[in-house]
Design a protein around this ligand. Structure first.
Ligand SMILES: Nc1nc2c(c(=O)[nH]1)N[C@H]1C(S)=C(S)[C@@H](COP(=O)(O)O)O[C@H]1N2
Ligand SMILES: [Mo]
Length: 260
């Protein structure tokens, strides 16, 4: 992105309006009920303490209670966007170009934290699991969207392989781009539509769309769909990661839970 700061500022004020509107609409009684429900079900997002805390908790808790088990809409092949819209990226680093020149044979996804068997996967190893396809919409919070076929391995398959410990609550995922990391709760991590994708529209996943490996999470907006994934950390708390808000975007003022 060429102008990250101006982009964040405009979004920040928009988020503030949304949060304020939500809180006002819920009314004092509604807020109390939602807050109690959120506590009861452990649905307090890590960014709840911010200036828009109440709004974020409300959005996360109500989405979670209503849509925990629902699926994002899937489309038919004829609805695939031509061409898909690729958002702007920072220029690729020398390290990335070296990996790309080698056909990403040396790319690794390392999985650690609260798992019985910390493991480092190559792209070929990920491709050795049964491939899953989905035709879903990627929606940026800035208003644009596109539909594509995504091909990959369910995140749940990888988590099962490394044996997630029972106390785990979140999966934190990191890009090779240092400013890009995010996290999701176990409900989203184990959701059948949450894929580690390496393919798009019948082909390799283009680098513009996050190749060789991208987390695809159709039930949350664009910025949670982090490109160039190199690491997953399984944890029971987000406090030890960055400022403890659960992701680089939450630290920039966006919602940690960005459900659609
Ligand atoms: N590593 C990384 N992941 C990223 C981004 C980025 O700049 N770097 N942009 C995010 C945003 S804001 C959106 S909307 C989508 C854009 O996905 P697309 O390029 O496939 O359209 O990727 C998300 N994932
Ligand atoms: Mo976005």
């Amino acid at each position: 992105m060429s102008e990250p700061s101006s982009r964040k500022i405009s979004k920040l004020s928009r988020r503030k309006l949304i949060a304020t509107g939500l809180t006002a609409a819920a009314g004092v009684a509604g807020v109390g009920v939602a807050a109690r429900l959120a506590q009861k079900y452990g649905l307090v997002p890590p960014d709840h303490g911010g200036i828009w805390g109440l709004g974020e908790t409300l959005t996360y808790a109500s989405q979670r209670l209503l849509t925990r088990h629902s699926l994002a809409r899937e489309f038919s092949r004829s609805q695939i966007s031509k061409p898909p819209f690729a958002n702007e990226l920072e220029p690729f680093t020398d390290e990335f170009k070296r990996l790309q020149a080698g056909g990403f044979a040396d790319w690794r996804l390392s999985v650690n934290g609260m798992v019985a068997r910390p493991t480092s996967f190559s792209i070929d190893q990920l491709k050795s699991y049964p491939a899953h396809n989905q035709i879903t919409m990627l929606q940026c919070e800035e208003g644009w969207s596109y539909i594509a076929e995504w091909i990959g391995v369910p995140l749940s398959q990888v988590l099962q392989t490394v044996e997630v410990l029972p106390q785990a609550r979140y999966v934190v995922y990191f890009s090779i781009e240092p400013d890009w990391w995010e996290s999701i709760d176990m409900a989203d991590a184990l959701h059948p539509q949450t894929l580690l994708t390496y393919g798009m529209n019948g082909d390799e996943l283009p680098v513009g769309h996050g190749g060789p490996l991208r987390l695809r999470l159709p039930r949350q907006v664009g910025y949670k769909n982090v490109k160039f994934i190199t690491q997953l950390a399984v944890t029971d708390s987000l406090k030890g990661f960055g400022k403890g808000l659960g992701g680089a975007n939450a630290e920039g003022g966006y919602a940690w839970y960005a459900g659609i």
